[in-house]
Design a protein around this ligand. Structure first.
Ligand SMILES: CC(=O)N[C@H]1[C@@H](OP(=O)(O)O)O[C@H](CO)[C@@H](O)[C@@H]1O
Ligand SMILES: [Mg+2]
Length: 485
């Protein structure tokens, strides 16, 4: 998948999907990095070396699925991928402009011989929209639910695909699309812009009480937001989405009487209030893993029903094979009560709305809308479940970001040696203070996260910690700026 996701339009990159639809295993990532950095002269030798090392059968037929985002540079990069595959004697299927989660869906559908779905765009849209409409058919409409979403497409592939999805949904969900491609990709719009800046996207008409969803440049992340009665901007991030899903699934599993364990996976960026709400109110087991979707996805597969979300809006639900079989087979179990059968039916339909292969903004919107519909909730009702602790994210430029190593799912630093003690001393000054730092895996920076009782405290704690990092971890360039100034 040729994309640089939420990053500026001038960037580009590649996301590799393995044959099971998972993200590339870490060992292969290292090899991919070596290959990407090899000169033209070195390339053949390197590839042959890898073939030998892994005893791969280089004559085995290879089929590569290729997709790209809407970046201008993606077109020529796609041509380069096609040439590379052909040169190695492989064949390819070029899907053109698709979202990252669509490509994952095609791979899984193809490699399960269609058991997961039909490996075409039409198959993708039809599977999800059919399930979405079916869910509405078995539920009476509650008047409090607003059947309308204003959609910020980040001027990327999400806007294109939502346009198509709308035709499949017919009028079951009204979607109005903005930032649909006329402007610059991810520029002052999209899920990352909204999350990091805690502000609405540009070029979207803002109205009180209306429900908004915003996606990123390759449509694998989504966040919701709205303006409340006092005209305050309220964001419902990945944590809020995860808790909405977990609460509803917990209820369905309990009503169904099926013995299925449910769990939720987060990262250190999850808001402290969400973690508290999940464990204390929902009583759902919650795990914390290092940043990066592959860690979350992997951990989620330990549960029968595993829900995972990064705070930035990337996430989905995965069902184990046992859970899928139980849900499928119990629908016709005559020993079950009507209530049980109804809960199982709902679980089965939701399975088809969800793109289990990876976080999928469009699928997640359909899932959220189904749950709000079932609950008869407005976005305000959903938002009331818990109140986020104010938080702030900052970046610090250092000479070598690898001088910082972390442990405990990135919540504590091991090196440089004095760093964690100083961070702890800063945290101790703030009520409900929490802060951690980690080297980014995608940018050459150290990321700082802080949360505290008030926005002022969160900003000041983040600033204090950024200065500590700058001083102890080899900061370069301008000193961190106080976000309050
Ligand atoms: C704080 C944050 O949002 N980090 C993002 C970002 O990773 P970093 O390693 O923080 O650069 O990009 C990743 C890929 O999109 C995403 O999985 C992750 O959540
Ligand atoms: Mg993305």
């Amino acid at each position: 998948m040729i994309t640089a996701s939420h990053n500026p339009v001038v960037d580009n990159g590649v996301k590799l999907v393995d044959p099971k639809g998972d993200m590339l295993a870490h060992e292969w990532e290292l090899l991919a990095t070596e290959l990407a950095n090899a000169s033209d002269e070195e390339l053949d030798g390197m590839v042959q070396g890898m073939v030998k090392k892994f005893a791969s059968d280089s004559d085995a037929p290879a089929l590569v699925f290729i997709g790209r985002d809407t970046r201008p540079s993606s077109e020529s990069l796609m041509d380069a991928v096609v040439m590379g595959v052909e040169k190695m004697g492989g064949t390819f299927k070029n899907f053109g402009i698709v979202s990252t989660p669509q490509l994952h869906y095609f791979v899984v559908s193809h490699n399960t011989n269609g058991a997961y779905g039909e490996p075409t765009e039409a198959g993708y849209f039809k599977k999800m929209s059919d399930a979405f409409k079916k869910f509405r058919e078995i539920h009476p409409l509650n008047e409090k639910y607003a059947n309308q979403v204003i959609f910020d497409g980040a001027n990327g592939v999400g806007a294109h695909k939502m346009k198509v999805m709308k035709t499949y949904l017919e009028d079951s969900l009204k979607v109005e699309i903005f930032n649909s491609g006329e402007g610059e990709l991810n520029y002052m719009c999209g899920a990352d812009y909204v999350k990091v800046g805690q502000r609405p996207p540009d070029n979207v008409p803002l109205e009180r009480g209306v429900k908004y969803a915003t996606v990123d440049g390759d449509a694998d992340r989504v966040l919701y937001f709205f303006y409340d009665d006092s005209n305050t901007f309220c964001m419902l991030d990945g944590d809020k989405i995860a808790t909405l899903i977990a609460g509803y699934f917990k209820e369905l599993v309990s009503e169904s009487g099926l013995a299925l364990n449910l769990g939720l996976v987060q990262t250190a960026y999850a808001n402290g209030s969400s973690t508290h709400y999940i464990s204390e109110n929902l009583k759902v087991p919650v795990a914390c893993v290092p940043t990066g979707v592959k860690h979350l996805h992997h951990k989620a597969t330990n549960f029968d029903i595993g829900i995972y979300f990064e705070a930035n809006g990337h996430g989905t639900v995965v069902f184990s094979d046992i859970a899928t079989l139980k849900i499928r087979n119990s629908q016709n179990d005559t020993s079950m009560t009507d209530k049980q059968i109804m809960a199982i039916k709902k679980l089965a339909i939701l399975c088809d709305i969800i793109n289990q292969t990876v976080g999928d903004a469009i699928s997640d919107i359909l899932l959220v809308e189904s749950i709000l519909y079932a609950r008869g909730w407005s976005i305000e009702d959903w938002n009331k479940s818990y109140t986020d602790l104010p938080n702030r994210q900052l970046k610090v430029q250092v000479k070598d970001r690898n001088v910082i190593s972390t442990t405990d799912a990135e919540r504590r630093c091991q090196t440089p040696s004095e760093l964690q003690d100083e961070i702890d001393a800063a945290i101790a000054k703030y009520k409900f203070g929490r802060s951690f730092v980690r080297p980014s895996g995608t940018e050459d920076v150290i990321r700082v996260y802080a949360e505290a009782e008030s926005q002022y405290s969160a900003d000041m704690l983040a600033y204090e910690v950024a200065v500590i990092v700058y001083n102890l971890a080899g900061g370069v360039g301008d000193k961190p700026r106080n976000p309050r100034c």
